[in-house]
Design a protein around this ligand. Structure first.
Ligand SMILES: Cc1cc2nc3c(=O)[nH]c(=O)nc-3n(C[C@H](O)[C@H](O)[C@H](O)COP(=O)(O)OP(=O)(O)OC[C@H]3O[C@@H](n4cnc5c(N)ncnc54)[C@H](O)[C@@H]3O)c2cc1C
Length: 530
């Protein structure tokens, strides 16, 4: 059995801040070193923003949590220099199959298009992801990145002030205080900071229980996502099978609402259920068993003055669609460049309002998708079950019914249509997928890929023409336009200019633009107000 979750990776160590006469003030403090807090730490550290990360724990998270990490998460990880170990170890998959009873009714390919560095998804235990992120953080520290990760530091109090946030922290050596110009709250679904600030959560609790069993077995099922509606081995409910590294398989069985949770977790009972699913001849061991319920909900706002909420602390979804940690990565991707500009005085604080607007928009999209999936997977009335079963029956033979099959619409990044950071689209005939607000799709470029050429700042990308020199942007002129670039960025246009944000979302695009128009778009994208 893998035991990396038992090893302290950032054990408590006394810090000089604890002996200072007055609380020491830091530009940014991140609370929580889960995947989202670690992503914030790597991003800020890479951009040279000094960051202190506080976590009450000192290890990676334990148990069956996230396994599916999306293409966009891997692209963000690539920018942060940590994609390689994730994709090397992770199980790559693009194909999903859907079964109804014992018949396959439908299959889908999440990445039907070639020419992307990253696969549609990898499966990787969350503890491996966190471990690789901490390895990356250590490597960055060794190269001088200003990241200070403090284990055994539990935040017990928070006081928002006009020009800073004051924190009370408990440690094995007793309490101390710190101040932050800005605080990023990544303290998870139970968010003590949210509670301490008396902030609410809106949304819906689902009345259902799911059994998660991570089992170790040598099986030759293909590396695909298999989802069953009403399978013979779990009648009236759903089931999911996913391969993870180290010979571990994720089995997720819907149990219904009125169950005895303790009885259902009994290893003998779980083993019997899994035997029914896999057949009597398959040998397996249980690595982890848990029962979970879930909510789809979010905070009303993610920005509260100098406190910015991200990840599960800000929003939660059902696991169908793998939108939890994946959307948390997109939160910090969106936030960290804005924090850098604000902390350095290069942008006004109002830029941070656009974090709130854009990521609330994304959270609503994720909640909508994951709620729809959950309603389809676990119909709560006779009528919705009849509709669901009819769709599944039709999908086996009729293509028109397949888009209605919803076994989880898997995580894709939100397009920030209507964001105040966008300039009006000025590329007639340009592809809709790269309109202002959209994340840039990758494409092969020379020996590498396009996204590798976009740095941590603003890029002015020119296709089929020269890139003008505009202060505050890095020019990227692509004169030889490949078919992939043409399809993804030009459409029917002959040439184009794209202003690309540090988080690789399009801020503006033109067929032709004067330097004054480009400067105006840059100002708009860094001001946060129209
Ligand atoms: C069964 C299951 C399956 C899932 N599958 C997927 C999936 O396939 N893909 C996906 O993207 N997501 C999935 N998720 C969701 C994913 O696990 C979460 O979205 C993710 O862990 C959120 O990360 P986070 O960093 O926001 O919070 P967390 O991982 O919860 O981290 C919060 C951190 O804050 C620290 N902390 C809390 N309070 C304090 C305090 N007072 N002081 C200091 N530190 C504190 C904690 O110690 C912890 O380290 C799944 C979840 C479950 C339960």
């Amino acid at each position: 059995m893998n035991r990396i979750f038992e090893t302290p990776l950032y054990p408590y160590a006394r810090n000089p801040d604890q002996d200072a006469e007055a609380p020491v003030r830091h530009p940014v403090i991140v609370v929580g070193a889960g995947p989202v807090g670690l992503a914030a730490a790597l991003d800020l550290g890479q951009q040279g923003v000094p960051v202190v990360v506080l976590d009450e724990n000192d290890k990676v998270s334990h148990g069956s949590r996230a396994i599916c990490f999306s293409k966009r998460t891997l692209e963000i990880a690539q920018r942060l220099g940590v994609a390689r170990p994730l994709t090397d170890r992770g199980v790559q998959w693009n194909l999903g199959k859907v079964f109804f009873g014992d018949r396959k009714v439908y299959e889908f390919n999440l990445l039907p298009e070639t020419g992307h560095r990253q696969p549609a998804f990898i499966n990787l235990q969350q503890y491996h992801l966190e471990h690789d992120m901490i390895d990356r953080l250590r490597a960055m520290q060794a190269e001088g990145a200003p990241i200070d990760l403090r284990g055994g530091n539990r935040v017990t109090g928070i006081e928002p002030r006009p020009d800073h946030v004051a924190l009370s922290i408990d440690t094995p050596d007793g309490p101390y205080r710190l101040e932050a110009e800005y605080l990023v709250a990544c303290d998870g679904a139970g968010s003590p900071l949210r509670e301490m600030l008396g902030l609410g959560f809106q949304g819906r609790v689902f009345e259902d229980n799911f059994l998660i069993a991570d089992v170790i077995m040598q099986a030759d099922f293909p590396t695909e996502r298999w989802f069953w509606f009403d399978p013979p081995f779990n009648p009236g409910q759903s089931a999911l099978l996913h391969k993870q590294p180290d010979g571990v398989w994720r089995i997720d069985l819907q149990l219904g609402w009125d169950i005895d949770r303790e009885k259902e977790k009994d290893p003998a009972r779980v083993t019997a259920r899994i035997r029914q699913m896999l057949g009597p001849e398959v040998e397996f061991d249980l690595e982890w068993v848990s029962i979970y319920t879930f909510q789809c909900r979010r905070m009303e706002r993610f920005r509260h003055g100098r406190v910015l909420f991200a990840g599960d602390a800000a929003h939660q979804v059902s696991p169908f669609g793998a939108r939890g940690a994946n959307s948390g990565f997109q939160d910090t991707d969106n936030l960290c460049w804005k924090l850098r500009l604000v902390v350095s005085g290069a942008a006004p604080e109002t830029l941070l309002d656009s974090y709130d607007v854009e990521r609330v928009q994304a959270a609503d999209e994720n909640i909508l998708n994951s709620t729809r999936s959950t309603d389809f997977i676990t119909p709560k009335s006779r009528t919705s079950r009849l509709f669901r079963d009819a769709v599944l029956d039709l999908a086996e033979h009729h293509a028109f019914a397949r888009p209605f099959v919803n076994s989880g619409r898997l995580s894709v990044p939100a397009i920030h249509d209507g964001s105040t950071l966008n300039s009006p689209d000025a590329l007639p005939g340009g592809p809709a997928r790269t309109r202002p607000g959209a994340p840039c799709p990758d494409a092969p470029l020379g020996d590498g890929y396009l996204l590798d050429r976009l740095g941590d700042g603003f890029t002015l990308m020119a296709l089929g023409r020269d890139a003008p020199e505009i202060p505050g942007t890095t020019p990227l002129a692509l004169t030889g336009v490949t078919d992939d670039l043409r399809t993804r960025y030009l459409g029917h246009a002959a040439s184009a200019l794209y202003l690309i944000r540090p988080d690789q979302h399009v801020a503006a695009r033109w067929a032709e633009a004067t330097p004054a128009q480009i400067k105006a778009a840059l100002t708009r994208a860094t001001k946060g107000q129209p």
